[in-house]
Design a protein around this ligand. Structure first.
Ligand code: ATP
Ligand code: MG
Length: 446
């Protein structure tokens, strides 16, 4: 526990000089796990006004919700200092209906502040006089890598159903398991998730997707019936026999294998999750009884768009995921340098890199290697970048004005620009004014 930084101990001392304070929640958990906390939260009996004065030198900001919390930022870390509080859930709709100011009441005790927290591993506090305050066996659960609710699991889910996803989030991120009791409560109360605003669901789901234990987590989400509440389209992938010699896994297990093999990048994880989502929709059989999935990339890109829009993810992420899904079979074919240059021009470096990473993970999740191992995509990408092939129509040295001067009009201008880009990406001409003008003049007799 000596692993808290100097500044954290300094804040703690200062708070304890004027009142009573602890480091609480995720930071205590992370220190016990031996990892550096992302952000450190403090709980204290001091009122907001006092906190503001005490930490004036750090330019404290008031966080919007909950009220009475200040945030300071030192050396790239956020510190939140909040007065002890307990949550009051006045009716079943809890978080949605009760106004924020009425939802929390301040109390002068850490005990209730810890009782309102979700899991035992997140419900510990620390200060230098009392050491670790662990009223719910959080340390034991950390040792056993086990997630348990504080108090009655079902009641805690009813209070805030988002906690179902938080349980899966910590399972995925920390490589923990959910206790039997937690799993049973989730199975019984999972449908309450339907009433939670999509933004809150998506925030937890995205964090969960980036975890290293993602394969087991998605499997348990399927087995408890939670995954299909978030993405109903997933139901059709469960036990879906791909009836295809390339695959020994059923569709669901193939998908989660790919998800677990791509790097922990949000766009890539969503791409992997949804890349084959259209397979059950487009499946056809030939007369040998082998299944085919023509157009599943195109239909899948549209389905992914719908799903991710429903989840209220940012448009930029949705566009990226849809584009990679649409192209996710391209690298399976032998691909010429010309085609590779074109892909780089169309997608840009980041997304072509993602396409490569996805294809490799997809390939490794199949029976046989369909992507040729001789195809060294990373090197080819590097070569294309070095040759400066990351060029789009707007990067051409020739512009509309040049073409008008040569006597072209209207639609012709766009068509010629496209042609020039194509010739450039095929490495037939260079992106140089003289050369491009000569090419156009000669070809069109201008
Ligand atoms: P991370 O390192 O990912 O930020 P964290 O444990 O800090 O993990 P936060 O979502 O930042 O998680 O929440 C901070 C703390 O607040 C938690 O550790 C937990 O004690 C409490 N908490 C947050 N959300 C809830 C909730 N919905 N119900 C109960 N307690 C919660
Ligand atoms: Mg946190």
């Amino acid at each position: 526990i000596n692993n808290f930084s100097e500044i954290e101990i300094k804040i703690l001392n200062k708070l304890n000089e004027y009142g009573k304070a602890y480091i609480v929640g995720g930071a205590v958990r992370d220190i016990l796990l031996g990892v550096k906390p992302k952000d450190v939260d403090f709980a204290t009996n001091l009122p907001y006004e006092t906190l503001k004065t005490l930490f004036n030198e750090y330019n404290p900001k008031e966080t919007g919700k909950p009220f009475g919390v200040i945030r300071i930022r030192v050396n790239d870390t956020d510190y939140e200092i909040a007065k002890f509080r307990e949550d009051n859930y006045e009716n079943k709709d809890g978080l949605k209906i009760i106004p924020e100011e009425k939802k929390v009441s301040f109390i002068d005790d850490i005990k209730n502040d810890l009782a309102r927290r979700d899991f035992t591993i997140n419900a510990m506090a620390y200060n230098q006089t009392e050491g670790i305050v662990d009223l719910y066996n959080g340390q034991k659960d950390i040792e056993n890598k086990m997630i348990n609710f504080v108090g009655n699991a079902e009641e805690r889910i009813i209070e805030d159903p988002l906690r179902v996803l938080r349980a899966f989030r910590f399972m995925s991120r920390l490589n923990f398991s959910l206790s039997e009791n937690t799993i049973e409560a989730i199975k019984k109360q999972k449908s309450l998730l339907n009433d939670i605003p999509k933004e809150r669901i998506t925030m937890e789901f995205s964090k969960l997707l980036l975890g290293e234990n993602i394969k087991n987590t998605l499997t348990l989400m399927k087995d408890t019936g939670v995954l299909e509440i978030i993405i109903p389209e997933f139901k059709a992938t469960y036990n879906f026999d791909q009836c295809n010699p390339h695959h020994n896994l059923d569709l669901f297990n193939h998908i989660i294998s790919v998800v677990s093999k791509v790097p922990a990048d949000l766009e890539l994880r969503y791409t992997a999750l949804l890349h084959d989502i259209a397979k059950p929709v487009v499946q056809t059989f030939d007369d040998k009884g082998i299944a085919h999935y023509k157009t599943h990339e195109i239909v899948g890109a549209d389905m992914a768009r719908d799903i991710l829009t429903r989840l209220k993810l940012p448009v930029k992420l949705i566009d990226t995921v849809a584009e990679i899904i649409k192209k996710h079979m391209i690298l399976y074919k032998d691909i010429t340098d010309k085609k590779f240059n074109k892909l780089l021009s169309e997608m840009g470096y980041d997304n072509l890199l993602r396409l490569i990473e996805h294809s490799i993970a997809d390939n490794e999740s199949k029976n046989d290697e369909v992507v040729s191992t001789e195809n060294d995509f990373y090197e080819r990408l590097q070569r294309a970048v070095e040759k400066q092939m990351q060029v789009t129509i707007n990067d051409l040295v020739i512009n509309g004005k040049d073409l008008i001067e040569l006597g072209f009009t209207g639609k012709e201008i766009g068509q010629i620009k496209k042609e020039l880009l194509d010739k450039y990406l095929s490495e037939e001409i260079q992106n140089e004014k003289e050369e491009m003008l000569n090419y156009v003049k000669e070809k069109y007799n201008k």
